[in-house]
Design a protein around this ligand. Structure first.
Ligand code: ADP
Ligand code: ZN
Length: 285
């Protein structure tokens, strides 16, 4: 049996299942401080005989196996989690192989294994929620270099009508600062789910996301792009992306039919947790 943890900024999803991605049991635990959250995680897995555990975590995290702090969360502003030795803690308690990657890399792996990119050796998984992040599955592996990619913080051209200064504490008007859920709320004065009948909101959102997708396509040439997260519950965002992206690419790259190339997650909300099971399976082999 394999264990999976989708460690998010608001909640942890813990599950046990198999290498085929079938989930047998799962629980949700609120993300508070490690001293509260982690004992509940441990209590859940102690009930099972897990051979390996996969973790898809909020970040930034240290994924460099050569690093002395491998397996820890690094510069998060989330209280108590900065420098938290995630892998080391579980390894000491369970003594099994631990797979560790970002939440979005796990989701990319889940979607490539069993979801909307099943059968492809390349895809991107992008979440547009409280933040913006992307995981890349490239030539059958999760992309990693010095660290994991941080594709949410790229710079984009501003919409001519956008006077909002941006919300990223590091870069102000990077993509995340202009287009993640909290930026939408700050710019328009209401949460996204209450702005359904404001087409200009979703047009601007698509204007920014299309630029980001253009960069990702030019640099990584993914075979499919999967967009998840709370903001993507607005179908109007997909429509706006389909409108703006061809104008930006301007025929330079030949893309498949956009409605099958840029899609929602095939695994729905389970992309991350199923991906974490796959991380456990890889760690175990
Ligand atoms: P997280 O990123 O924390 O894992 P979500 O992916 O659910 O969580 O993203 C939360 C963000 O998405 C919030 O900023 C919220 O306002 C926004 N959001 C959630 N549902 C919708 C919706 N139906 N339409 C537009 N925005 C939404
Ligand atoms: Zn930023």
């Amino acid at each position: 049996m394999l264990g999976a943890i989708e460690a998010g900024g608001t909640k942890f999803v813990c599950a046990v299942g198999d290498a085929k991605g079938t989930i047998q049991e799962r629980i949700q635990i609120p993300t508070t401080v490690p001293e509260e959250t982690m004992p509940r995680v441990v209590e859940f897995f102690k009930k099972y005989d897990v051979e390996a555990i996969g973790i898809g975590s909020f970040g930034p995290i240290d994924v460099n196996q050569e690093s002395p702090t491998y397996g820890s969360i690094t510069s998060t502003p989330k209280q108590g989690w900065r420098d938290y030795p995630f892998v080391q803690t579980l390894k000491e308690l369970f003594g099994v192989p631990i797979g560790f990657n970002t939440d979005v890399n796990a989701a990319a792996l889940g979607e490539a294994s069993l979801g909307a990119a099943k059968g492809l050796d390349s895809c991107l998984y992008i979440t547009v929620g409280t933040g913006i992040g992307a995981g890349a599955f490239v030539q059958g592996k999760l992309l990693q270099g010095l660290s994991h990619p941080e594709m949410g913080h790229i710079l984009v051209r501003r919409h001519p009508d956008d006077k909002y200064e941006g919300k990223c504490p590091y870069h102000h008007d990077c993509l995340e600062g202009l287009a993640a859920g909290p930026a939408i709320e700050a710019r328009w004065g209401e949460k996204g789910m209450h702005l359904v009948n404001r087409p200009e909101v979703w047009d601007m959102e698509g204007f920014y996301l299309a630029q980001a997708l253009m960069h990702y396509i030019l640099i990584l040439s993914p075979k499919r792009i999967i967009l998840g997260g709370g903001v993507m519950h607005q179908p109007q965002v997909f429509t706006a992306i389909y409108h703006y992206l061809p104008k930006l690419i301007h025929g330079y790259v030949t893309l498949p039919e956009l409605s099958s190339y840029i899609v929602g997650p095939g695994l729905g909300d389970d992309a991350g947790v199923v991906g974490a099971l796959m991380l456990a399976n890889i760690a175990n082999t």
